[in-house]
Design a protein around this ligand. Sequence first.
Ligand code: ADP
Ligand code: G6P
Length: 501
Amino acid sequence: MLATHDGFSQPVLSRASLRVRVDVRGDPQVPAQRTFDLVIAANRLPVDAVTGADGKITWRRSPGGLVTAMESVMHGREGAWVGWAGEPGKAPRAFTQNSMHLRPVRLDQDDVVDYYEGQSNDCLWPIYHDAIVPAKFRRRWRTAYERVNTRFAEQVAKVAAPGATVWVHDYQLQLVPALLRKLRSDVRIGWFNHIPFPPVELFMQMPGREGILEGLLGADFLGFQRKPDAANFLRACRGLLDVTVRGDVVHLPDGRSVRASAVPISVDYNGLRELAGDPAVQQRAAEIREQLGDPKHILLGVDRLDYTKGLRHRLKAYGELLQSGDLDPSETVFVQVATPSRERLAAYRELRGQVELEVGRINGEHSPIGSTALTYLHRSFPRTEMVALFAAADVLIVTPLRDGMNLVAKEYVACHADDGAIVLSEFTGAADELSRAYLCNPHDIDKLKQTILQAMHDPPGEHRRRMRSMRRTVMTNDVQHWAEDFLTNLQAAPHKPKGHR
Ligand code: ADP
Ligand code: G6P
């Protein structure tokens, strides 16, 4: 049984696709006209509204690494967060969660279809992830993207105090910096891209590509996960706009200049260590091991069910290792947590079908009676349960074909003292920093299989050396360090409100 958000237990393989419920408070004390010195703008709020049949709203934690990171950063800081509450139609009224003031932005059904599912996730997402699936281009989607970005900019303009710092996030809101600057030239605007920025050859395919660059150049500072991402952006500016690029700075014809540089995101190292050291979580990790049949090796994958994550490659490698007898299903168990994601999009539905077929095939062919070679969990879990899973796993398998960072890899490092191992795709941002992981090219299935076996069978001393080195990296460069670094860069950027020369 795995514990759920409300403390009840449910079978490890329950079919319910639940998301973790959280408590929020409506706060009539916060007047609509209140403004804030720090404003976050992201497509999603940190919580999603779910309206029940009785019209009552419950709140669930939003999926993805952006929310994980920014929730830790905003913990204990006062500020406003402008974002969508996850359901089409009228936006719920503003409320507070911890010290954060949450301002829902309305998305109508056609905004969800054209701006969120269409332009953001069927066009930009694939283009920014090496076109692993083909990107689609629709004029209607671009119009919706402009419309919704304008709505976000207007909401931010209302909630930002004079001279406020505004931190815009991710590919869904690339036009917000320039739109906001037009409305409020007094505020300082930073933008951070949680996903890769594509090579110019791919970026150029996009109709309206110049508009995106101009939108971003409304910011005072632009942050990217890796140096090559910032370099791709700078190259696109040089090639497609009438600007001068010197080093990492774009000089605009109006005299403004904008720096674009790498500020790799990270995890709440101390919070995770504390949770992993909690006796209740350790007990839970031991229980998970026992429930899985006390195998010699537990392999773990934790991903949104997204085609960028290389789930099929990983399952292929695991299936072949069982088939060849290199892995014995009575000794090894693979647990794959696959969070539901963007389920209305065809590419995601197709992937889910393929993954679930493969899970069924592997279990059908290899599971011993009374246990499973592959435990597949298609739902969200509370933080404590995730940490217990990380702690229980001997090897984490992370095989994205392209990933801006991959926080899961860093979370695993924070949850392990001296043991454990990570098989990590070279195509993740995390691979730059976690160079002592067992690095792999997920396209090369034979090498991936060898790497998995090596990670499983290397002696404890080798695991210890690798994990210690990675731990030092994550401890020094944690999520607070990332936020400070970003905000320091933003404060240092030359800022010219309108009328100043
Ligand atoms: P992405 O942002 O693309 O989803 P990341 O690896 O950067 O990928 O971040 C994913 C975040 O979501 C991590 O904090 C991870 O622990 C969390 N997460 C992933 N799957 C689940 C799940 N099923 N339940 C709860 N949290 C999850
Ligand atoms: C990634 C993106 C985020 C996004 C998250 C979940 O982490 O970088 O911007 O919020 O995935 O995706 P979703 O489409 O459900 O918001």
